[in-house]
Design a protein around this ligand. Structure first.
Ligand code: HEC
Ligand code: HEC
Ligand code: HEC
Ligand code: HEC
Length: 468
């Protein structure tokens, strides 16, 4: 029963638990990172990964499973960039508050900040952390006068395992009055004053290279958790288990499971995996595997937050209220500008169709020709963070820049791919229009690989083909 909870819905099979099937981990770390302010997936139909409500539900389920857990986040959580664009101030502010509130509901054990978390300044950061009711852990962040700003190390007793965690931000926040120490020195200093523990972790916003350097410089760390905007399916174990947070935008959780069977360091990663692969044929490998499995091991996996995962209803309602807020706020910003009616650089698909009737007819069979309706369906047609990929001419000179002014530029039109066509449509001059290329790179501006919808040239190109 308990076991079933930790294998919930693996999307990526890094590898499955290496321990015997019925063995419980003595401790699991459940962590996220690089949420970048995202609280929900874009809504893409194939594989809508992510939603902060699913993260909350996963953590609740894990707590209920009885497996001792440590729950945390590795930063770049509240905002997408180092500065909040003026026009998105209300929207991002509201969203950051919802993330903070959700963190409080998840009762995270600690939070290591990333650079974008300071986008609303130091007071803004403090306000969010107060709302999140989550301790900030950062041994390397200091005031100008060198005084440490947050706890550097925390100690937890989980089940019969003691864990100590050193937090390392690994950057100098772009706000006044804050500086940072060099990570190796900061970890050494934090550990020097700390009681020993069964497991020593560094939770950080370092990139992989700096994390490896840290592992090399300081022996005795069991795992360094990082969030470097990449999804690492396999931990780097050359210099101790260096693993990472989830992917960008809250689509996955990292899960690191420790199996305690005796004393000594925890071994796992590629080495265990390789031995498991060889054990059936290679007697030497089998013996080595057996010896390792008698001692302490760890396994690592990525848990995808796909649509099939349960959702925390309370957090989901907060997200819904945010979506509602954005629509309402945008609608109420002064008098609505007139809808775009062909007076700029874009002429709209119907006009192109006068000379390219076959292309127009083909286009009408594609989902591109009603992409805006998908936003309307979710009430998100005024959301500046959605509209760009579901229209033509968004924030383009000679296009439109107020969501209410979309007018005739709804949907993914000819000019979403071919660029503004006013001059070409007047002349038929092919030098005045972008031809484009039938390859994935041309589509990736919108079909970003991160969306994880399974977009490939082979599967998608034929559906939109209107050229020889
Ligand atoms: C007045 C007629 C006319 C209109 C309107 C028109 N085109 Fe064309 N288009 C042409 C002609 C003529 C060519 C060139 C054919 C040739 O030289 O091979 C062309 C070529 C193209 C090409 C190929 C360019 C290349 O380098 O091979 C694209 C793409 C294109 N048009 C897109 C559009 C789009 C998008 C619109 C609407 C914004 C549009 N056209 C509107 C007449 C028109
Ligand atoms: C301007 C942004 C944009 C560009 C550029 C773009 N797409 Fe799309 N595409 C979309 C959106 C948005 C949708 C979803 C439409 C909807 O709401 O149903 C979509 C949907 C599709 C679909 C339908 C998928 C399904 O679920 O059935 C195909 C196929 C597709 N695109 C192919 C392409 C190809 C191939 C290219 C490059 C040649 C391309 N797209 C370029 C935005 C874009
Ligand atoms: C980076 C470009 C991009 C942004 C930004 C974006 N979308 Fe999409 N969206 C796409 C693409 C591409 C697809 C098609 C995916 C596929 O099927 O391959 C899509 C598909 C969808 C669909 C599914 C349509 C269907 O076929 O049923 C919905 C709904 C949707 N998006 C809503 C949203 C919402 C809501 C937002 C803002 C929160 C948003 N999108 C932001 C690119 C984007
Ligand atoms: C999803 C992106 C996309 C959309 C939307 C789109 N096109 Fe294209 N179109 C392309 C690409 C890519 C090519 C070039 C393929 C190649 O030559 O490799 C192309 C080629 C063309 C050509 C040249 C055809 C030939 O055989 O030389 C014309 C004309 C054209 N498009 C017109 C249109 C018109 C008109 C519309 C709207 C009704 C439209 N396109 C919508 C991507 C798009």
């Amino acid at each position: 029963m308990r076991r079933s909870l930790i294998i919930f819905g693996l999307v990526f099979v890094g590898w499955m638990a290496v321990g015997a099937e019925d063995e419980h981990p003595s401790l699991e770390l459940i962590y996220s990172g690089d949420r970048s302010g995202k609280v929900q997936p874009c809504g893409c139909p194939k594989n809508p990964m992510g939603h902060i409500g699913r993260q909350a539900a996963a953590i609740t389920a894990h707590r209920a499973s009885g497996t001792p857990g440590l729950y945390f986040d590795l930063g770049n959580t509240f905002y997408e960039s180092l500065e909040v664009p003026t026009v998105l101030r209300q929207q991002w502010g509201r969203r950051a508050a919802i993330i903070a509130r959700s963190m409080a509901r998840m009762k995270l054990d600690f939070f290591v900040p990333g650079p974008t978390d300071f986008a609303a300044g130091l007071p803004g950061f403090y306000r969010l952390m107060e709302e999140a009711k989550t301790p900030v852990l950062a041994a390397d962040l200091v005031t100008e006068s060198g005084r440490q700003m947050f706890p550097g190390v925390l100690r937890f007793q989980r089940g019969d395992t003691t864990v100590r965690v050193v937090g390392i931000a690994g950057f100098r926040p772009a706000v006044d009055g804050v500086s940072n120490r060099e990570p190796v020195a900061a970890v050494q200093k934090a550990l020097a004053g700390a009681e020993p523990a069964d497991i020593t972790l560094v939770a950080s916003h370092l990139d992989k290279k700096r994390a490896k350097a840290l592992a090399k410089a300081i022996p005795g760390i069991d795992a360094i958790l990082i969030a470097d905007q990449k999804l690492h399916l396999i931990p780097d174990t050359k210099a101790g288990p260096v693993v990472v947070g989830s992917s960008k935008e809250g689509k996955h959780l990292g899960i690191l499971s420790f199996y305690k069977r005796g004393d000594g360091p925890y071994v796992g990663g590629m080495r265990l995996r390789r031995l498991k692969g060889l054990a059936a044929e290679d007697e030497g490998a089998a013996t080595e595997l057996e010896a390792l499995m008698a001692g302490n091991t760890f396994t690592y996996k990525i848990h995808g937050l796909g649509e099939e995962q349960p959702m925390d209803g309370v957090v989901a309602a907060w997200v819904k209220s945010y979506v509602h807020f954005v629509g309402k706020w945008e609608a109420e910003q002064g008098e609505a500008p007139p809808g775009y009616s062909g007076d700029g650089d874009f002429v709209g698909s119907e006009r192109c169709g006068l000379c390219h009737p076959d292309a127009l007819a083909q286009w009408k069979t594609t989902k591109h020709s009603h992409a805006y309706d998908s936003l309307v369906h979710f009430g998100q047609q005024l959301d500046r963070e959605c509209i760009g990929c579901h229209t033509a001419g968004w924030r383009h000179p000679g296009g439109f820049s107020d969501p209410r002014a979309v007018g005739m530029l709804k949907h993914v039109q000819c000019e979403s791919c071919h660029g503004p066509g006013k001059h070409h449509a007047q002349s038929g001059n092919k030098a005045m229009i972008i031809r484009g290329k039938a390859e994935a790179a041309f589509c990736e501006r919108c079909h970003q690989p991160d969306l994880e919808t399974g977009f490939t040239e082979a599967s998608h190109m034929p559906q939109v083909k209107h050229w020889d």
